[in-house]
Design a protein around this ligand. Structure first.
Ligand code: NAP
Length: 255
């Protein structure tokens, strides 16, 4: 019996990277995981295959977040999938992980209104309304985990809009932790630092070397480094932690 046996989870953006590792970690503890993706269906199916190979259970859910109709589409797929697998629509664990990132660093002077709106739609507005809708499905004792970034704690002008959008999700944690405490639903922020999510960017030797130097351990984070923390927060053992900012940056913020 895993620590999450009988539980259900939605991990947004779990086709790849940290989300995929999180989906695998939750399933390893016995949760049935809804693997959400925006565009890359094949990658989402691979996440499900990884989970099933491990003896776990998972399903895919598709919805681009931050566009009109996103929440309805996500929850139609989620509720259908949960009903098929469990006969109910109970969602015990929500991980707001999906996020848009800056494709290339931009000086604050060069940020367009369109770029600002895209970032906030995916990283702030979508998690808020995903959470709002999920509240109807999450039972007492449930878990909400919001993925932020260590970038909300250091100045990096070329990532100002991304960091602002991550600041917003940390506010979601703060206020909902208070709001949902009477139901013993915990709400926490997990904040990764530089993490090799498998994208081409991280394969460039100079990038790896330079970024590795920013962590206390002098290596890049691996998705699993973050996923095991999320899985712990999802268990009953973490029931006394709510409203927390959990630094999973490998000591980057030590300076
Ligand atoms: P990633 O590898 O780029 O994967 C992003 C995931 O989010 C994919 O599953 C993608 O789906 C989905 N996604 C992206 N935009 C979406 C949208 N508009 N609507 C719906 N889904 C969308 O990401 P990651 O690096 O693992 O990051 C995961 C989380 O950690 C994010 O919140 C990120 O901000 C945070 N973080 C990452 C790092 C890092 O160094 N990697 C550092 C700090 C914080 P598709 O595959 O379908 O496109």
């Amino acid at each position: 019996m895993g620590k999450l046996s009988g539980k259900t989870a939605l991990v947004t953006g779990s086709s790849r990277g940290i989300g995929r590792a999180t989906a695998v970690a939750l399933a390893r503890e016995g949760a049935l995981v809804a693997v959400h993706y925006a565009r890359n269906e094949q990658a989402a199916k691979e996440t499900v295959q990884l989970i099933e190979k491990d003896g776990g259970r998972a399903l895919t859910v598709h919805a681009e977040l931050g566009v009109p109709g996103d929440i309805d589409q996500l929850f139609r797929g989620l509720e259908d999938g949960l009903k098929q697998h469990t006969g109910r629509t109970t969602l015990d664990i929500l991980v707001n992980n999906a996020a848009a990132s800056t494709s290339s660093p931009l000086a604050p002077e060069d940020v367009s209104v369109e770029e600002f709106d895209r970032m906030f739609a995916a990283n702030a507005k979508a998690p808020f309304f995903v959470t709002q809708r999920a509240l109807g499905l999450i039972p007492d004792g449930g878990r909400i985990i919001n993925m932020s970034s260590a970038l909300t704690r250091v100045a990096n002008p070329s990532q100002v809009v991304y960091s602002m959008s991550k600041g917003a999700i940390e506010q979601l944690t703060l206020h909902l932790a208070r709001h949902l405490a009477p139901r013993e639903i915990t709400v926490n922020t997990v904040a990764p630092g530089v993490t090799d999510n498998g994208q081409e960017f991280w394969k460039i030797p100079e990038v790896r070397e330079q970024m590795s130097r920013t962590t206390a351990f002098k290596r890049l984070g691996a998705p699993q480094d973050i996923a095991t923390v999320v899985a712990f927060i999802a268990t009953d053992e973490a029931r006394w932690i709510t409203g927390a900012f959990i630094d999973t940056s490998g000591g980057t913020l030590l300076g």
